[in-house]
Design a protein around this ligand. Structure first.
Ligand code: ATP
Ligand code: MG
Length: 396
């Protein structure tokens, strides 16, 4: 079967009036972006309160569907066969041929749902429903009409052309990226943070990211892995501005000056401070981490409180109540898992203490940080100034 268009279904709750235009425009923009790398020529447009993708000539069907399934805001994708508008007898033939190709077993229940956007068409929707239903029954006697719960809803829309569709491929849901401001993701090479970024982007938030590495203790390959992860997330989230921060001197300094069981927490607090600096500079409205309560010592309630204390922006932790197993499931679904489990060293694991505190007291941590007064501002300044900033995207 050759499909000529895709009708894009999107959730409409809460998107009335001015918001609706914003939502639709963002959706059109994100669909265009997603299809940039796909073989074929596509015209994405709004028409009568709907969004269509028209395929101009040859295109790769599988790749198109795969790409559309990554656009947040899409609830369903309906592949459409377009035919010229003809009188009813001829239209019947087209519909019967469509049903024959789509449902070769010919034993489903069905219902015809005609819509006449082009009111000059001389037959009304009710009559079209009856006539086409009869034609289908005649051609495929095993099929039955069920107006309440049909297996197949046969949509016939009469516009400048006739649009035939009956299949709905589920989309990812959510809201189009760009409809809800932007936020800064603390992106490590692990399993969790790419999933956290995905989940917040799904709500329409544009992502930026910050990664901390510690050369030469962490390798170039570890950094490439994070760039790869950012690229995988960008297949959903669109282009991501990634800040790569050299954290080595700060880590060494903390290691030299602070109690070793507090290293991870203090390091984490400096990561948050630096990420927040970049966030505020670019107008991001929040930070995002992949933390989940109790997963490791640095993610107990006390640790999270101590880390949180240095931030003024809200910190979004979409995985906070998830088990690792549930996070892994999402990372497999969004295709980041295989990259995340590549074994490269992380800056946090290198300087980690044997017995880190699990119940840090924020005041005590603040006191330990006083040991850093002499050089820390200057080191932070240098880390910020020497950060490498790149834009990562899937379809480059
Ligand atoms: P992940 O799988 O996301 O690495 P994790 O289970 O390894 O998480 P931690 O290492 O405790 O957990 O990190 C908690 C969160 O802190 C991460 O989800 C991430 O948001 C942030 N983070 C940790 N290390 C880094 C890093 N090197 N660069 C940027 N952010 C980091
Ligand atoms: Mg990690």
């Amino acid at each position: 079967m050759t499909f000529h268009s895709f009708l894009i279904k999107y959730g409409e709750i809460g998107i009335k009036g001015k918001n609706r235009y914003m939502f639709e425009d963002a959706l059109v923009r994100q669909i265009r972006y997603a299809l940039k790398g796909v073989d074929g020529e596509f015209l994405v447009h709004k028409c009568h309160g709907r969004v269509y993708v028209d395929c101009e000539g040859e295109y790769d069907y599988e790749e198109t569907i795969e790409s559309l399934k990554k656009v947040f805001g899409i609830v369903g994708i309906c592949p459409v066969v377009r035919k010229p508008v003809k009188e009813l007898e001829e239209l019947k033939k087209d519909v019967v041929a469509y049903v024959g190709q789509m449902y070769p077993e010919g034993n489903q229940t069905f219902k015809v749902e005609a819509r006449r956007a082009n009111k000059r068409y001389p037959v009304n929707s009710m009559e079209i429903n009856c006539e086409l239903g009869e034609a289908v029954l005649e051609a495929y006697p095993e099929m039955k009409v069920d107006v309440h719960k049909p297996d197949v809803r046969l949509n016939v829309e009469i516009r400048e052309e006739v649009y035939l569709y009956s299949e709905i491929i589920p989309g990812p849901g959510g809201m189009p990226v760009g409809t809800n401001g932007s936020a800064m993701l603390l992106l490590s090479g692990g399993i969790d943070s790419p999933v956290a970024g995905y989940m917040i982007a799904k709500r329409g938030v544009q992502l930026e990211a910050t990664y901390f590495h510690a050369p030469p203790y962490t390798s170039e390959r570890a950094k490439e892995k994070v760039v790869d992860l950012a690229r995988l997330v960008s297949a959903y989230a669109g282009p991501i501005k990634l800040h790569i921060v050299n954290f080595t001197d700060i880590q060494l300094y903390i290691y030299e000056k602070c109690p070793h069981d507090e290293l991870t927490i203090i390091m984490r607090r400096y990561m948050m401070r630096i990420a927040e600096h970049f966030a505020q500079k670019d107008g991001c409205l929040g930070l995002i981490t992949g933390e989940s309560i109790g997963q490791v010592a640095s993610q107990t309630m006390q640790s999270l409180a101590a880390t949180n204390a240095v931030c003024t922006l809200p910190v979004y932790r979409p995985l906070i109540g998830f088990d690792k197993r549930e996070i892994v499931e999402i990372s497999e679904k969004i295709d980041t898992y295989e990259t995340s489990i590549q074994p490269f060293e992380d800056c946090c694991t290198i300087f980690v203490a044997k017995h880190p505190v699990t119940k840090p007291n924020t005041e005590r941590i603040e006191k330990s940080e006083l040991n850093l007064t002499e050089k820390i501002d200057e080191l932070m300044q240098t880390a910020i100034e020497t950060a490498e900033v790149i834009t990562v995207e899937m379809n480059e």
